[in-house]
Design a protein around this ligand. Sequence first.
Ligand code: NAP
Ligand code: MG
Length: 489
Amino acid sequence: MMDLAPPRTTKAIIDGALCAAASGETNEVRSPIDGLVFAELPRCGAEDLDRAVRGARTAFEDRRWQGMTPKARKKIMSAWAELVEAEFDELCALQSRDMGMPITMARNLEMANALDALRWYAEVCDKLYEEMVTLEDNVTALIQRTPLGVVGAILPWNAPAMIGAWKVGPALAAGNCVVLKPAEEASMVWLRLGELALQAGVPAGVLQVVPGRGSVIGSGLSRHMDVDALTFTGSGPVGRQIMAAAADSNLKRVSLELGGKSANIVMADAPDLTMAADVQVGFMFSNQGQVCEAPSRLLVQREIAEDFLAEVAARAAALRIGNPLDERTDMGPIVSAAQREAVVAHIDLAEADGGELILDGRAMPVPAEGYYLGASVIRVDDPHVHIAQEEVFGPVLTAIAFDTVDEAISIANATRYGLGAGLWSDSMDTIMYATRRLVAGNINVNGGSGPAVELPFGGFKESGFGRDRSLHAVDKFSDTKNIILRSKR
Ligand code: NAP
Ligand code: MG
């Protein structure tokens, strides 16, 4: 088990200084492991937010960051990544403790991808080329890339280091100044990442971390008249409020990464059904199912459905539930007592709707303290029932049998969402046919792979719009400006 030192940082980062909330208000941070308070953080208010936005605006206008040579910015961002790497294990443990992510996932996925993204976007700084076009013999136009200004970033609690790095990395690489609002359920890691950024030489005002309530700091950012762009990952209802606030204020550019109800289609000709069952269970129940892209709908071809579901349920039943700081743990606690209750309510409703509980997580033995819940596998016939349509954001897998690939595609696409999809088949014809028709931003075929900073990430329909990761994310935080040059001869 990990050694639990007290958290290094419990301060907001505003205009280059570590500080408390102006009001002095604090927020007690409880670990979902045992429900006990382990830190007190500032709960910032409107005054703090205004100060942060002013600091960001000043830093942007005086060009202390955007005016630096790209190589100098790269050097600072690389130094930041080095500091993060030096504290890697401690940051992972902090994250586990704050929101219950198993330590192995914190290391192999959350913090590993956060670090990779910081490095990748550091390298982007001096590899952004601009365009030029000749209009006449003596007229040349430069199409310059220009940062947007002050970028607000609002994070969810489920994988904040990684998701935050996918936003902050490209925003900084493009020359913007960022005001980041972490979720109160998981603020600790960004307070430290922000402090390390300062230590690495990110100038004051360029990256600020303002912890506080969504209804105050998140809402305040989204309606602020001096914030130029807002990037959000979280729930659909809050995403809608943010868009409305942007429209009602200064028309800031918004990009939204919202939820999903991703389908994983397993055809009878899947090349490796054992691997398919492993990936289905591993991906679905990682982070206790609190993953936006989780393959939460298993669509399985009828002729193999009985056997495959038995395999999946057996693997899910064998997942080790326990303290997330224990290396052997597969599933830690749900992030909060309220979230656990919400997940259980989804299972209750699925049962009332006639769903068959192949595996009932509510009945699984779990540690007495903390907000633990076992994995559930629920089979339904009707793809339109609640549990087959609504995002649970917890350890609940819904399974549906189908007969033909066309039926699978139509079930897969028949939700409000369009974030991820999976497909298992040995037929290139099936793969080409289905992947062209599936409405999802990320489609894993025969196992695919985990998140990669090289690939754009985001969804269609009510899963939101705009892409995190890759160079497409840099486009999101910058825009073009034409300089048309006429020479006398
Ligand atoms: P959430 O309730 O939408 O919260 C997300 C963030 O928005 C938090 O920082 C929250 O602050 C803040 N917020 C709350 N009210 C706000 C408002 N009126 N204006 C602006 N910001 C506000 O979602 P969550 O509970 O953190 O995360 C779970 C959801 O996120 C799930 O639905 C999941 O699907 C989605 N998600 C999507 C992705 C993706 O990439 N597509 C990734 C991860 C999660 P406080 O919580 O501190 O009050
Ligand atoms: Mg927490």
